[in-house]
Design a protein around this ligand. Structure first.
Ligand code: BDR
Ligand code: CA
Length: 325
């Protein structure tokens, strides 16, 4: 049985590739896509989510979520990184199709609650790859979702580094209070943070493999990687761009691709210099019970095999549809 997931996204190039992976992998049933302001404003990321869903022929229900963080002032393009990383549209690069679907009228938090409660216990996994505002709102709207979901596998945080500040990763810093609530709740949170995702880099060989698939989608993904690679090298001086968000989906598909360890994780919400840090205790120094799984090691080949396979399958599906049309 494929694993049913809700992807909560702020596309974003790597969010877009997470959608491609979720849609193209037979082990995943992408039930819903929800948007949250993060890499760009809410209208932009919602539009991007719909365009990417259209590109891959997704049947997922799509809903618009939170426009602002719970408590803090929103990070803006100017004072932080996202606009310079994902472009003015939030998904700069190749031209994408216009959305072919309508948005669901519900708020994302309501949709998350409804989907989780309509399914059997332990059937839905939440996969957030943006700020955690919608997830925190959904928890407060219906606390029963905490015991009903199978787990939360999120991209965010890090245990040795940040990227938005030296201490904090972007998704966590964008809404630290929401993240603190999500990490503190009694569900299993798997943190797929920067220490893991920085291993998932799109090297020239990887880009070549993707281009060689030779479909319109593979061309689009390769162009996303070109754009994202350009901004990553100018903003962070990294030679190749890490495809953060797809790592969370990969963990759900195949746990062997993303190795985890148990730890106690708490989000710092008071520190002047460490606001938004995911403080991670692997050794039990705080004497707190280990409440999280933390991703540590990526199987690089296995990860890129999943991406290449998903792009290939979507291409085959689309070719079949166009011959039978
Ligand atoms: C995270 O921040 C965003 O820019 C990416 O989409 C990813 O979710 C990485 O820090
Ligand atoms: Ca993201």
């Amino acid at each position: 049985m494929p694993r049913k997931i809700i992807l909560d996204v702020d596309p974003g190039h790597d969010d877009a590739i997470a959608i491609v992976l979720a849609e193209g992998n037979p082990e995943i049933d992408l039930v819903a896509i929800t948007s949250v302001a993060g890499n760009q404003t809410l209208p932009k990321v919602t539009y991007n989510a719909m365009r990417v869903a259209t590109l891959v022929g997704s049947q997922a229900t799509i809903a618009r979520g939170a426009e602002f963080p719970l408590m803090r002032k929103q990070l803006t393009d100017h004072d932080i990184i996202a606009g310079s990383v994902h472009g003015v549209s939030g998904l700069d690069g190749p031209v994408l199709p216009e959305p072919s679907m309508e948005l669901d009228p519900r708020h994302a938090a309501q949709l998350i609650v409804d989907v989780v409660m309509e399914h059997e216990p332990q059937e839905i996994t939440l996969v957030p790859t943006g700020p955690l505002t919608n997830i925190a709102l959904a928890m407060r709207l219906e606390p029963k979702i905490v015991e009903r979901v199978r787990g939360v596998v999120l991209m965010g945080g890090g245990y040795t580094q940040g990227n938005a500040t030296p201490a904090a990763e972007f998704n966590i810093l964008a809404d630290p209070e929401a993240a603190a609530a999500v990490f503190a709740a009694e569900w299993q949170v798997t943190m797929v943070g920067l220490d893991l995702t920085h291993q998932a880099v799109a090297t020239p060989e990887v880009k070549e493999r993707i281009r060689a698939i030779g479909t319109p989608l593979s061309q689009t993904v390769a162009e996303w990687l070109d754009f994202f690679g350009g901004t990553y090298s100018s903003v962070w001086k990294m030679p190749y761009p890490p495809i953060h968000d797809a790592c969370a989906v990969a963990r759900v598909i195949n746990p062997d691709v993303v190795h985890v360890e148990e730890a106690f994780v708490v989000v710092e919400t008071q520190g002047k210099w460490t606001y938004g840090e995911t403080v991670t205790d692997f050794l039990g120094a705080f004497g707190e019970p280990f409440n999280n799984l933390v991703a540590t090691k990526l199987h690089f080949e296995g990860f890129w095999d999943l991406i290449v396979d998903a792009i290939t399958r979507i291409g085959e599906r689309q070719a079949q549809q166009s011959t039978s049309a």
